[in-house]
Design a binder for this molecule. Structure first.
Ligand SMILES: C[S@@+](CC[C@H](N)C(=O)[O-])C[C@H]1O[C@@H](n2cnc3c(N)ncnc32)[C@H](O)[C@@H]1O
Length: 207
């Protein structure tokens, strides 16, 4: 495997030196998109939030700052992502506001109706059996709870399609595919937002 391919493969489950480099790049590179997506939830006041596929933890930090009264959990199946998220948010971990879990989104270690908001930034591309994972997210949400997905790819853009070719196990979904999987998993009120001149998608669904 060439170095470029090895580096981009780190987006799926970061590990080692390249994974650490990739987490730093993702913390920088995904910030604008994540903030744009979070802006759609300005009128929402969740008291418990979970960030799924938290990566390097930058978006967890932003979420903690946007919702100062909320408790936040962060989940990632990569040991390195968990370590970096804890480090980046050390104060929130120490104060008990943030807990970070090394787990797979396919089987979340939380009880039913635990969170008012679940977020997933740039990660659903890698989830196994999307509909099953969405049902798992729905299970841990409170009734009326929100699920926010942010993808930089709209499933048809050239950049996304090229990434699919170089990153094993990556799938860029269209808005229609995400809506269908969310609806099958039991979500309602699926809202799609697009950014002008970019293939970005913010998807907001409710339990
Ligand atoms: C492209 S990174 C995005 C990280 C972060 N959300 C961001 O926007 O910068 C994808 C992250 O999702 C995690 N991930 C992928 N599939 C997962 C799964 N099934 N369960 C838990 N984490 C997963 C990866 O380990 C990786 O840290």
């Amino acid at each position: 495997m060439g170095l470029i391919k090895k580096f981009f493969a780190q987006t799926r489950k970061p590990e080692g030196f390249l994974g650490s480099l990739m987490l730093s790049c993702m913390n920088l590179g995904h910030a604008r998109g994540a903030d744009w997506a979070l802006d759609f939830l300005k009128d929402v006041s969740p008291s418990s939030i979970v960030d799924l596929g938290c990566g390097g933890g930058r978006n967890v930090k932003e979420t903690l700052s946007r919702y100062p009264d909320a408790k936040v959990a962060a989940v990632d199946y990569s040991a390195l992502s968990v370590e970096r998220t804890r480090k980046k948010n050390a104060r929130a971990v120490a104060s008990g506001r943030l807990s970070v879990w090394q787990e797979d989104v396919a089987e979340l270690p939380f009880g039913v109706r635990t969170f008012d908001l679940a977020t997933a930034f740039e990660t659903v591309y890698f989830w196994p059996d999307l509909e099953k994972c969405f049902a798992e997210v729905r299970r841990v949400l409170t009734p009326g709870g929100y699920f926010l997905i942010f993808n930089e790819s709209d499933g048809v853009d050239e950049v996304g399609r090229n990434f699919e070719k170089i990153i094993d196990g990556m799938k860029c979904y269209t808005a229609e595919e995400l809506t269908a999987a969310l609806t099958s998993a039991g979500f309602s009120d699926v809202r799609i937002e697009r950014r002008e001149n970019k293939p970005w998608l913010a998807v907001i669904a409710r339990k």
